[in-house]
Design a protein around this ligand. Structure first.
Ligand code: HEM
Length: 336
């Protein structure tokens, strides 16, 4: 049901554009004002969420670790990238996480089997599919977004053209098929099917898990439709997108409804982003279980908001009572 609601909601979004642009001709609203508002909400919302996380106090080291921690004993070998004590090793660990999804790579699945007496046994096995499709999904998305920058830049920077030609390396069909278009749709479909078909994951999934997947799939499919089927007038669209980025918005005549659908769905994604789980894009960098070195036993950490306690040490105590102590025959550390 949750998956169906999300799917219907994405269809309802399509209807909004078909009605808004197709029937009511609100081209300025859908081509300019909604994208502007969406971008503003995305940027401000993103900054606010990151600021909010960044100002939360993190008084203790709470990294999750997966290997031997540093020891004074030289024969005990530290696992530096799983249990880092220095900032440098923590940065390396973070880079592995952010760029290669290392913790997801080490993800295991657990299943209950029957032993020879018919009793339940829990067995753990490697589960690399999620990692593979997860990484495919994210890198295709990133590549597509970078490639899209050709619509917002003039002249188009060389590295964008380079990425574009690498992505169309196979030169299948005309216009050439982008590898990332296939990869994004395949990976998003896998991630969606995993939630719908695996009973354990379906049980855990919320509408907030299905909706972004349906929405991203709809964005990708509408983009693919524009490029390979509708063969939209990209020159007219670039006129519009350049108008948006230079704050001189205007709507050229030749922009078809399929572009408004694509743009509206992207605007909804931007509007939704700061309030959703998609904020893991910023959150991964601020996760204290990941971004802290595990140096609790190496360095003295003081809770920054503890009240300043004036300590009265044994040495001070002895200074106060040295004479009576000596008179009473009690041992003292210092005679004077
Ligand atoms: C979340 C962001 C976006 C995603 C995931 C996305 C996805 C896609 C995909 C998969 C395609 C198919 C062809 C290709 O890969 O280039 C496409 C095409 C296209 N997209 Fe997007 N898009 C996004 C944002 C935008 C924005 C903001 C605009 C313009 C304001 C835009 C305009 C277009 C146009 C004009 C095409 C057709 C390009 C051509 O015919 O070569 N897209 N999009």
């Amino acid at each position: 049901m949750k998956a169906l609601y999300s799917l219907f909601f994405v269809f309802a979004l399509l209807l909004v554009v078909l009605f808004g642009v197709g029937a009511a001709h609100l081209n300025m609203l859908f081509g300019v004002w909604i994208p502007y508002v969406a971008m503003a909400v995305f940027l401000l919302g993103f900054i606010y969420r990151v600021y909010d996380w960044a100002k939360s106090p993190v008084p203790f080291r709470i990294p999750t670790t997966g290997g031997q921690q540093w020891s004074v004993l030289p024969e005990v070998k530290q696992n530096r990238w799983d249990n880092p004590t220095t900032v440098r090793d923590t940065v390396i660990r973070m880079a592995f996480e952010v760029l290669l999804f290392r913790s997801l790579f080490r993800n295991t699945k657990s299943e209950v089997y029957k032993n020879e007496n018919g009793g339940p046994v829990v067995a753990y096995a490697s589960a690399k599919w999620l990692w593979l499709f997860g990484i495919l999904f994210h890198y295709s998305f990133l590549t597509i977004v970078i490639r899209h920058m050709r619509l917002f830049t003039e002249p188009v920077p060389g590295f964008i053209t380079l990425i574009d030609s690498l992505d169309s390396l196979l030169q299948i069909a005309a216009p050439t098929l982008y590898l990332t278009d296939v990869a994004l749709v395949a990976a998003a479909t896998f991630l969606l099917m995993r939630r719908i078909l695996a009973p354990q994951i379906r049980y855990l999934s919320l509408a907030a898990d299905y909706f972004p997947l349906f929405l991203i799939l709809a964005i990708a499919i509408s983009g693919i439709y524009m490029r390979y089927i509708a063969k939209v007038d990209v020159i007219a669209i670039k006129e519009l997108t350049m108008g948006l980025v230079t704050f001189h918005p205007h709507i050229p005549a030749n922009v078809g409804i399929s572009f408004y659908i694509h743009l509206f769905l992207v605007s909804i994604l931007l509007l939704y982003f700061p309030f959703s789980k998609l904020m893991h894009l910023g959150g991964v960098f601020l996760s204290p279980t990941r971004n802290l070195p595990n140096d609790s036993r190496v360095r003295h950490h003081e809770n920054p908001w503890n009240p300043k306690i004036k300590c009265h040490s044994y040495a001070d105590y002895e200074d106060d009572f040295r004479e009576p102590m000596i008179e009473a025959g009690l041992p003292v550390d210092k005679a004077e």
